[in-house]
Design a protein around this ligand. Structure first.
Ligand SMILES: Cc1cc2nc3c(=O)[nH]c(=O)nc-3n(C[C@H](O)[C@H](O)[C@H](O)COP(=O)(O)OP(=O)(O)OC[C@H]3O[C@@H](n4cnc5c(N)ncnc54)[C@H](O)[C@@H]3O)c2cc1C
Length: 346
């Protein structure tokens, strides 16, 4: 917005000392949908809705890479995989039966042939245990989200966008031709327009909207000698995900073990989720391997009944761009542009 309208005065109000949401705490998958996840989504949404969303993710990733550059993002095109145990036989049968269908849809969207394929011959080489089948997604990559955020902040500063950290916004109200923004320290400011982009924390400002917080828990291992695989991996319809970060493994998921408890905007770790991550890591992903868990953390996503972001006018001079779901890295850039256009042209 500032690039096309340099005279605008834009201020970002951020609660954290550093950006403290999902963008600095996520898994860094540059992904647009595993087959089992898309199949699950197609059971409750139309083909149009789902493949429109896949296209937005695909184009959004291209836009992000164009804005920041692969080197600054540490983008690595290692590919993505989906793994299936013998207990997932029915699910894997369904995914394999639909390979041609998904490849033809993805060809239409990406221009690439055979985005998905069978990679089961690599299971042994990767050292996994109890995995029967494995699909590859040739279009998937991974990024360093810390570097992404650093580059985005730098870009903002370079064009004169002010970022005020440590500002906890408590209320936003239309006041004549302006919006009044209240902070938790009693301070208020007036602004011509406000865009609410707090994603998983949005319920406070948009209580009637279909957006709920969803906590996701993650861990990272110590460096692993002779790590046997590189890439990003999906398991259990996307409820679990892991990837290499150099020669470490970042592993997250397990929210489906206790949906109710994870429907929160409070950071935190729970025994049931962390135990399941520890067990899958040891039994399936890194059997017979020496490693320690070096860090565990959580982040807050914004989810709803559908996976599309909400970009709209809320009232008067207040707008929102929220509900990035589990793929905000992919959706963020284009959603930001859509929101900027809305705010500017209204
Ligand atoms: C563990 C985890 C793994 C993920 N993995 C991936 C992945 O691999 N690939 C992918 O595409 N997506 C992934 N996601 C999702 C992705 O990270 C998010 O969709 C995306 O980062 C959302 O960006 P955002 O800017 O909308 O929200 P956020 O990054 O959450 O930013 C919202 C900001 O608002 C601030 N804020 C909140 N309340 C207030 C307030 N009252 N006043 C002022 N500021 C406030 C917060 O401090 C925060 O910095 C993951 C998410 C998590 C949690």
């Amino acid at each position: 917005m500032k690039l096309s309208e340099p005279s605008l005065h834009i201020v970002v109000l951020e609660k954290g000392v550093l950006p403290y949401g999902a963008s600095t705490r996520n898994a860094g998958f540059a992904c647009f949908g595993s087959i089992s996840e898309l199949l699950t989504d197609l059971k409750s949404h139309s083909e149009n809705d789902i493949f429109d969303l896949v296209e937005k993710r695909w184009k959004g990733l291209a836009r992000l890479r164009q804005i920041i550059g692969d080197q600054s993002l540490d983008y690595e095109p290692f590919g993505g995989y989906e793994i299936f145990t013998s207990a997932d036989k029915l699910l894997s049968d369904e995914c394999y039966e639909k390979l041609n269908y998904f490849n033809s849809e993805l060809h239409r969207i990406t221009g690439k042939k055979n985005v998905y394929g069978d990679a089961s011959t690599k299971i042994k080489e990767f050292g996994f245990s109890n995995i029967d089948r494995m699909l590859i997604n040739n279009g998937e990559g991974q990024i360093d989200t810390g570097k992404m955020m650093k580059a985005l902040l730098e870009k903002c500063r370079n064009v004169g966008i002010e970022i005020l950290n440590g500002v906890d916004v408590t209320k936003i109200e239309n006041e004549n031709k302006f919006c009044r923004i209240d902070f938790n320290n009693g301070f208020s400011i007036l602004s011509k327009k406000v865009l609410i982009a707090v994603n998983g924390f949005a319920q406070k400002f948009l209580p009637d909207y279909d957006i709920q917080p969803a906590r996701a828990q993650v861990l990272i291992t110590s460096p692993i000698k002779d790590l046997k695989f590189k890439g990003s991996f999906h398991y259990d319809c996307g409820y679990y995900y892991f990837r290499n970060v150099g020669n470490r493994i970042l592993f997250g998921g397990g929210r489906n073990l206790d949906f109710a408890k994870e429907k929160t905007s409070e950071f935190g770790l729970t025994e049931i989720v962390q135990d399941s991550l520890d067990k899958l890591l040891k039994d399936v992903i890194l059997p017979d391997t020496d490693y320690q868990i070096e860090n565990r953390w959580s982040g807050i996503m914004g989810l709803g009944d559908t996976k599309s972001p909400i970009v709209k006018k809320v009232s008067g001079n207040v707008y929102c761009a929220v509900r990035m779901g589990g793929m905000g890295v992919a959706l963020g850039s284009l959603t930001g542009e859509e929101a900027a256009t809305l705010v500017l042209n209204d």
